[in-house]
Design a protein around this ligand. Sequence first.
Ligand SMILES: [Ca+2]
Ligand SMILES: [Ca+2]
Length: 367
Amino acid sequence: MKKIVALFLAVMTVLCIGTFTAFAKSDSIGATDSNGRVVISSVTTAGFLNFGEINAPENVLDMDQSTVTGSSYNAGVQQSVTLHFAEPALICEVFVQCKDEGGTTNEDNSRGTYTIYAYNGGVETKLGVMKARTGTDGGETLKLDTPVEADSVMIVITSWEGTNWACVADAYVVAESNGKPPVAEEKRVTVDHAESSGFLNFGTVNDPANILDMDQNTCTGSTFNAEVEQSVTLVFKEKTAIEKVFVQCKDEGTTTNADGTRGTYRLYAILDGKQTEIGELKAVTGTDGGDTLSLANPVEADAIKIVITSWQGNLWANVADAYAVPASGEMPPQGGENTGFLILLAVVAFSGAALTVLKYLKYEKKY
Ligand SMILES: [Ca+2]
Ligand SMILES: [Ca+2]
């Protein structure tokens, strides 16, 4: 019985430690490490023979020049090493070095050439050609004139001299500044047209199209009327998953509410004619006006409707500008949100089982 319990406890400990290690690892994944290098989630190779650990693709991540991935040069196939990023990043440098085998073949102290490509959602960009530099201070850095957004980088061996393995010993990619591509804030969903309802029509003065020009002086609206639905709708060119909506009202120099707002907007996503409330925003005025609604999960929509639900003062109930931001694709990893909870469940279950066994043992001893 004791043996069984000991075995159970050992298995439980290993499982718990394993789970925690996996969790800690996945939790620490970010765009870059402390050196500003892009975090690599996996490495794959093509065109090399497989010699197991000796030329495992991961050897290119240990910054140990004596471990490599590669095999004899074969000009008939594409021999390459691909670094897959944990998250897409804006990159500015690629470093590659080959094994230092004491001797060099080419006059310039290199063994061959690498051609470097960046991929972003399957779209290929050739970044440049580098020498396969050897020597203990080996390696070469390809600096990019303009940062490139990428989710992976491929190093292709395009020439090799001598009989030594065509290989990559180490490689890393440096991210521009914080490494996050400047996506979400810049991108806006393409709008086909804007519509309004519940306002009096004053022609160009309150034309619905005024909310598309990002000019806070032009707006659509009229005196607040609680009896009708006063709204503005952005009709998208095509169905789009969105993650943010920005709305600002006209800056008229004064504010009515203590918090610098004029009223409230209630926002709806419209999909196939069905409208779903997605949240509320303050009608923020002032030259730095505007407020952004960030959605916890992307919502698919054909259109966004902004309804004015309250308004203070005599100024027009209005919308000056609005836009929606498409979902960036930086979705949390599948199940990522639940990992912590699952671990907690596992630990509780294991602990419960362990306690039961221990209690049973005590009971057995007693009687
Ligand atoms: Ca290495
Ligand atoms: Ca405007």
